[in-house]
Design a binder for this molecule. Structure first.
Ligand SMILES: C[S@@+](CC[C@H](N)C(=O)[O-])C[C@H]1O[C@@H](n2cnc3c(N)ncnc32)[C@H](O)[C@@H]1O
Length: 428
């Protein structure tokens, strides 16, 4: 049965505000907007949407029918999916990164009040001093990241998570993973997982932080449950947006692909991976390292393959694209290939989406331009060109200012902070 037939109509969920307004082509996001209601705050994730943005898009720019399936093919931590569920719409989330799939699954699943009370009782009786060395990651320099006491306490939590039934285990493990960076010696402010010698840190202990984060997550889940107009109806799966779209049935898309060469999710979430390797089905450090080359913006394909394919999808922009690529290539040939591969993958993604998306379906894409080797890559224009060459119409283009950067430092010495994002609305 298609997902859309499983949706039962419920009352419109008007009690969560979008608070976003539009002034001409600018989306105005109020200063100090609280962004963590419901399950959104369970896990900190670089580059995630403020929930109000997909909520605004779902309400103002998407066809309103509850039967329309929303796809986010680069779902990250699942912000779009949670919002789709809150609007009573079926959803499909996809991400190449198993940790993203893990987090999104925990945030979109529904836990009943009874299950949450069971969880509260379960963790209230937890003895943090009962370490389980067998679940401590077998990483040679583990003490660089965690003190012995922290390792003991973390292992006590991880071990007990494993004894829970599947949905409660998933929820607890995601809360567990959300404290890892904080309780480690690694700096909290930067994307990169590194121990700063200039800003030494006194990390809180897991026995203090886990109960706090768990309580907050449970509160968020209760709010999510109370605001859902109908049971969440969706799936989250691991997959490659440039290859695995053909198997999906969907109507509308809300997504934000990664920025080129910007957030190295796999590297930046190293500690979370170390502790969850087995749960994520990765099993070895070697497999973990191989994953770093998988996401768009970090892959490279040959220049020839990219050029041949992109001829079709960048018609009308080939010349400017070539100029940008060769300028970047002069400074760093590998980065040139990264840029070429990024658009190659995006074009392959759109080729597949356009073959599946129903007529009049909406594709809302949030992108930011990148500054690579001092050269601006106009991602908004190039992405628009790809959509148009695949048969889409650009029906609206908005900008908004990024107010709250997750990270305080620029991404790299040779890159810059992205200050503005674009919301591109296409019709199939
Ligand atoms: C900007 S983030 C999305 C954040 C998301 N909107 C949120 O609110 O959490 C981009 C995501 O794209 C994923 N990604 C990168 N390459 C991909 C690919 N080829 N297929 C699917 N997902 C990919 C990354 O793992 C990352 O989670």
């Amino acid at each position: 049965m298609p997902l859309s037939e499983l949706v039962s109509p419920g009352a419109a969920n008007t009690n969560l505000e979008t608070l976003i307004t539009r002034k001409n082509n600018t989306l105005v996001i109020p200063e100090g907007l609280a962004t963590i209601p419901c399950t959104h705050g369970i896990h900190r994730f670089a580059g995630k949407f403020i929930p109000n943005l997909p909520r605004y898009l779902l309400r103002e720019l998407m066809p309103p029918m509850r039967t329309r399936v929303i796809l986010d093919p680069f779902c990250g931590s699942g912000t779009t999916l949670v919002e789709a569920a809150l609007e009573g719409k079926p959803f499909i989330g996809m991400d190449i990164d198993p940790l993203s799939v893990f987090i999104s699954s925990a945030k979109t699943q529904l836990l009943s009040n009874n299950q949450l009370s069971t969880l509260e009782k379960f963790w209230a009786q937890h003895d943090f001093s009962k370490g389980h060395p067998e679940v401590i990651p077998a990483v040679p320099n583990i003490n660089h990241w965690f003190t012995d006491k922290t390792l003991d306490e973390l292992s006590s939590i991880k071990f007990r998570c494993k004894t829970l039934p599947p949905k409660l285990k998933l929820f607890s493990l995601v809360v567990f993973s959300s404290i890892l960076r904080r309780v480690s010696n690694a700096d909290d402010q930067t994307q990169k997982t590194y121990v700063s010698h200039t800003l030494p840190k006194t990390p809180p202990s897991p026995s203090v932080l886990f109960p706090r984060f768990l309580n907050r997550a449970i509160k968020g889940m209760r709010e999510y449950a109370s605001r859902l107009p109908t049971s969440p109806n969706g799936i989250v799966r691991q997959g490659d947006a440039a290859n695995d779209i053909a198997a999906l049935e969907f109507d509308d898309v809300i997504t934000s692909p990664p920025y080129i060469d910007s957030i190295d999710y796999v590297y930046n979430q190293m500690l979370e991976y170390f502790w969850l390797l087995d749960e994520l089905g990765i099993y070895s450090h070697k497999n973990y390292l191989a994953m770093r080359k998988q996401p768009m913006g970090f892959r490279t394909c040959t220049k020839n393959i990219a050029t041949i394919f992109l001829k079709k999808y960048l018609t009308g922009a080939e010349e400017s694209f070539e100029t940008i690529c060769s300028k970047i290539g002069e400074a760093n040939p590998k980065e040139e290939l990264t840029v070429r591969s990024f658009f190659f993958d995006y074009a392959r993604h759109i080729e597949q989406v356009s073959a599946k998306q129903r007529k009049n379906g909406t594709y809302a894409c949030i992108v930011g331009n990148s500054l690579i080797r001092g050269i601006t890559v106009p991602t908004d224009d190039l992405v628009t060109r790809i959509h148009i060459n695949a048969g889409y119409k650009l029906v609206a283009k908005y900008t908004y200012e990024i107010r709250r950067h997750y990270m305080k430092f620029p991404r790299r010495n040779n890159s810059g902070k992205i200050k503005q994002d674009y919301v591109l609305i296409f019709k199939a």
